[in-house]
Design a protein around this ligand. Structure first.
Ligand SMILES: Cc1ncc(COP(=O)(O)O)c(C=O)c1O
Length: 424
């Protein structure tokens, strides 16, 4: 498609929630140089569309930004945010490390060609099998979450293994309970007294090489200050070679969200590191949501428009089968009709699943939605496909990379045959 510059518009506001470079042509949404409605025709709906150049640019912004502020450092992408071989490959190509939680993410990371030495294995319930897989693959770092991890590792390791201890820093965050992890009584990590005991024990281990500490305080954090407090909290446990500060920076989902910039977040953690951590230390961070959420949009097709008692429902061909963020955390999303962007009247966008809670967006302005139209939901790159499921036999959506006018499938849509494939 050639774009006539005289028709290109950047407003209205919904465009600011879409990947950089998204614009309007004659009132129609263009993402990665492709009309959103044409992408829906070509790849079907629902579909997760990722702007590949935008994602690569963000990965570089993180890596270069951290490297410029703290040379001995590594950005480790939290792959739970969008586990798909094509994205692992992209992150590996950009030189990032990768955080994998469990055997499945490990398998995809290896298939995506990520250097095992740059893998960080997480999990609060790692099984023998998963740890054995990780050790066999040569995963660089295993993050110890609990004493059972230690017992398993001591039984399974055959050569020296680098480990970090995940510490609960006791830092509260203003985020949803389901995604807060830095508070006392979190199911993740060890409280400071237990962590101290384990540090003393591992310092004498000849197989488990204690490289340092890990802390992750939660997700969708829209203020930088708790990150600095987490650095101070881990520093109190002593001097180490490595400090992994986890992820957690928030993404912009709605017009009212104003997450700190990557640069302001990096300034905060590296300033805190200069104050509290040894200068020689290696600094890792594990961004997920803030890396990928805004690079993605989901395309749906309108299946029904129905007037209710006090609101009008726009029902689409997806819902909680491809976006659980709404029902799990009450996350607000914004949307637009692909070919009539901006303006309109308030509608309630609902999914196709047999739950009244399967509501994607309450009260979003849409211009004249009609059956067969394409609806685009912004900022769905992170944790949506991650938690996609087969509720009502829904087929999990594909991932389409777009950029510079091209589009390609990196993960195909599930098929009905896939649904039957595991029948024993
Ligand atoms: C250990 C760890 N690191 C990193 C992340 C990524 O967090 P976010 O996606 O908020 O950046 C998570 C997410 O829960 C996590 O558990």
């Amino acid at each position: 498609m050639t774009i006539d510059a005289s028709h290109v518009r950047l407003d209205p506001a919904i465009v600011s929630l879409m990947p950089p470079g998204t614009h309007l042509e004659d009132g129609r949404l263009v993402i990665g140089g492709r009309l959103a409605s044409e992408l829906a025709d070509e790849f079907g709906t629902p579909a997760l569309v990722i702007d590949e150049p935008a994602l690569r640019a963000r990965a570089r912004r993180y890596a270069e930004g951290l490297g410029a502020r703290w040379a001995n450092s590594q950005v480790v992408w939290a792959s739970k945010s969008l586990p798909c071989t094509g994205i692992y490959r992209l992150m590996g190509e950009e030189g990032l490390g990768v955080d994998v939680a469990g055997g499945g993410e490990l398998v995809m990371a290896l298939a995506g060609g990520v250097d095992p030495a740059r893998l960080v294995l997480h999990g609060n319930a790692k099984t023998d099998r998963e740890l054995a897989m990780a050790l066999e693959a040569g995963v660089g770092t295993v993050v110890i979450d609990n004493l059972d991890d230690v017992a398993r590792l001591e039984r399974l390791v055959t050569a020296e293994q680098g480990v970090l201890i995940r510490v609960i820093p006791d830092v509260a965050t203003a985020t949803h309970d389901a995604i807060a992890t830095g508070h006392q009584n979190s199911k993740f990590g060890l409280a400071v007294p237990e962590a101290r005991e384990l540090i003393a024990r591992l310092r004498g281990s000849d197989r488990l090489r204690l490289d340092g500490l890990h802390a992750h305080i939660g997700s969708q954090i829209l203020d930088v200050e708790p990150f600095a407090r987490a650095v101070e909290a881990v520093a109190a446990l002593g001097e180490f070679d490595v400090y992994d500060l986890g992820g957690g920076l928030g993404a912009r989902y709605t017009y009212d969200d104003h997450p700190p910039s990557i640069e302001s977040y990096l300034d905060t953690i590296t300033d805190a590191a200069r104050r509290f951590l040894p200068g020689h230390a290696r600094l890792l961070i594990e961004p997920g949501r803030s890396m990928i959420a805004e690079a993605g949009v989901t395309l749906y097709r309108v299946v029904s428009v129905k007037r209710g008692a006090t609101r009008t429902f726009v029902a689409v061909d997806g819902g909680m089968g491809d976006n659980l963020e709404v029902s799990l955390y009450g996350q607000r999303f914004e949307a637009t009709m692909a070919d009539r962007v901006g303006g309109g009247d308030p509608f309630t966008v609902v999914g196709r699943h047999c739950e009244s809670g399967d509501q994607l967006i309450e009260s979003v302005a849409l211009r004249a939605p009609a059956v067969g139209d394409v609806l685009v939901v912004a900022a769905t790159g992170a944790y949506c496909l991650t938690m996609a499921n087969n509720y009502n036999g829904a087929l999990r959506p594909p991932i389409v990379f777009v950029g510079n006018g091209d589009a390609r499938l990196v993960l195909r849509r599930e098929t009905y045959e896939d649904l039957l494939r595991r029948d024993a």
